[in-house]
Design a binder for this molecule. Sequence first.
Ligand SMILES: NC(=O)c1ccc[n+]([C@@H]2O[C@H](COP(=O)([O-])OP(=O)(O)OC[C@H]3O[C@@H](n4cnc5c(N)ncnc54)[C@H](O)[C@@H]3O)[C@@H](O)[C@H]2O)c1
Length: 330
Amino acid sequence: MNVLVTGAAGYIGSICSEFLLSRGYQVIALDNLQEGHAAAVPPAATFCRADLGIRSQIEEVFSHHKPDAVMHFAGEALVAKSVREPSTFYAANIAGGVNLLDAMIRHNVKKLIFSSTAATYGEPHTVPIPEDHSKSPINPYGKSKLRFEEILSDYRAYTGLHYATLRYFNAAGASAERGEAHRVETHLIPKVLDAALGLIPQLEIFGSDYPTPDGTCVRDYIHVLDIADSHVRALESIEKVSGEAFNVGNSRGFSILEVLDAAEGITGRKIPRKFSPRRPGDPAVLVASKEKLHRILGWQAQHSSLDEIITSAWTWKQKHPHGYSEAASR
Ligand SMILES: NC(=O)c1ccc[n+]([C@@H]2O[C@H](COP(=O)([O-])OP(=O)(O)OC[C@H]3O[C@@H](n4cnc5c(N)ncnc54)[C@H](O)[C@@H]3O)[C@@H](O)[C@H]2O)c1
């Protein structure tokens, strides 16, 4: 099967492409490289530099490569940027997504897996969070993802599209070949490792007075290879799960200080830290219920102990302290 992976030069898309190839799928890797890295795209994939904002470029990819299914990772994903520039998020995550759906319909491609997020829930009133929890996103990033989930449900009703939505919690970890290298890094584990390597002077911890055991925020970290596995399972059962949303998390939260302790143990280095006030819009605890993904798709996290997540990220970071080489071209 020929799978079009949008955002395939990004962190999760590149590792899912690698995973798909290892399972015998062919991969058409689409990315505009605004955030991703050409060197992250697996060599066995067919790379297409294209922008989801430009319908003619998407059309060309579909006409030439004739995908059978789509995994849609491309988009804007930085919460802080979404608060400053909401229109960028609505254009990329909603309008760009609609351009993709329209190309799928024109070319009779009926299978889609969509990358959504825990940010669609907003401030949770129940933890672990089940998929039917109320949705009150508190930033334009979460709102743009939730709107696109609603649009998908319309396309299913009117065009017969089969889709599944996967709402990841905190993606983390690395494969042997690929890891996390955002141009502006906001995620905890790569920042902790940057501090361990001395690439940043210290880790800034936002808030020490949350109602959690040690006062710092608690998050649910899920290994990117377990995310990749959830995608393949959803694709392989797409007609059975069409229209469904699944959390992708480990149902186990760790505080920032717990992550720091584990990282100091694994790296053998002292990680300097500094406490700052809370940031607006950071819930105290975000932990997924993973029950539905297990019950319906038989998924079980295989790589998501905190030790394995940090060890894999640290191994990759030591080999690539400054991320991917931008010299690579395809
Ligand atoms: N990283 C996480 O913890 C996390 C959590 C929940 C959900 N998600 C979602 O997973 C997806 C992937 O996240 P990531 O961390 O790999 O992000 P990323 O920024 O590393 O990857 C996104 C990729 O999309 C590409 N892209 C952006 N706009 C595009 C456009 N208009 N046309 C073509 N390509 C475009 C970028 O160049 C980049 O390579 C995103 O949709 C994100 O919202 C991520």
